[in-house]
Ligand binder design. Structure first.
Ligand SMILES: [Zn+2]
Ligand SMILES: [Zn+2]
Length: 231
């Protein structure tokens, strides 16, 4: 019965998974391209070429983001990309442990010297959350927080305005789409907190930047972003 709800096969190749709660097999996991250096020191966007020194990308040099840093575990392709799409559009919540492991490994590699007071996630607009039945980023954030032994605070951010999908928009359209879309929750009190902000996919970073902006305005000491995938 459990296998009916939690299929035992790899989401990409269909191979039987050796571990009950894992749905990306080792082969497909190792085939999924990681986000590896060199990348922008601030937003973590990978750059082609052989760069040895600290590097800041053009977008971050032009306008410093509100978040302190952003990092992503893998590229938005392969088995991890398929797992994220299955989670968002097909209610496949059994992939959450696999994606949480990717987040955890990335936090340990990139943010090992940083202490966090709270983990939170990018919120959905309430009607979207009701349609989907859950917020995929909150599931990932809660899973990661448990592994890090840091409190998960879902309600500190609210999406106060519905936004259209960022897919297919240019960078400036994306920024305009999410501008003013987020507020800090009424009783959140992020002042003095070091916050780890979780999302599933980061593309231009406009969404997480808008979230970080309101958290910083409310006094958050730092906002570090972690996403499973980089679009
Ligand atoms: Zn596989
Ligand atoms: Zn950058």
């Amino acid at each position: 019965m459990l296998d009916f709800f939690y299929p035992r096969n790899c989401i990409q190749c269909g191979a039987v998974s050796p571990e009950p709660l894992r749905h990306i097999c080792w082969d497909c996991l190792s085939d999924t391209p990681r986000v590896e250096p060199p990348f922008c020191d601030i937003c973590g966007d990978p750059v082609a070429g052989d760069i040895q020194h600290d590097y800041t990308c053009f977008a971050c040099a032009r306008e410093t983001p509100s978040f302190d840093r952003a990092r992503s575990a893998v590229r938005y392709e392969g088995a991890a990309g398929q797992a994220i799409r299955a989670l968002k559009y097909n209610h496949s919540i059994w992939v959450v442990p696999d994606l949480t492991e990717l987040l955890l490994a990335c936090v340990r590699a990139e943010y090992s010297n940083i202490e966090f007071d709270w983990v939170t996630s990018v919120p959905l607009f309430p009607t979207r959350r009701r349609e989907r039945g859950f917020n995929q980023s909150a599931l990932l954030g809660a899973g990661l927080a448990r592994r890090l032994k840091v409190p998960f605070r879902e309600g500190i951010l609210r999406r106060v305005r519905p936004t259209v999908s960022q897919t297919g928009l240019t960078a400036s359209q994306r920024a305009a789409n999410v501008g003013g879309a987020f507020r800090v929750g009424l009783f959140a009190r992020p002042a003095g907190r070091r916050i780890l902000l979780v999302d599933d996919v980061m593309t231009t970073g406009a969404t997480v930047d808008a979230c970080a902006r309101v958290l910083k305005k409310s006094g958050a000491v730092s906002v570090h972003v972690i996403t499973v995938a980089r679009g």
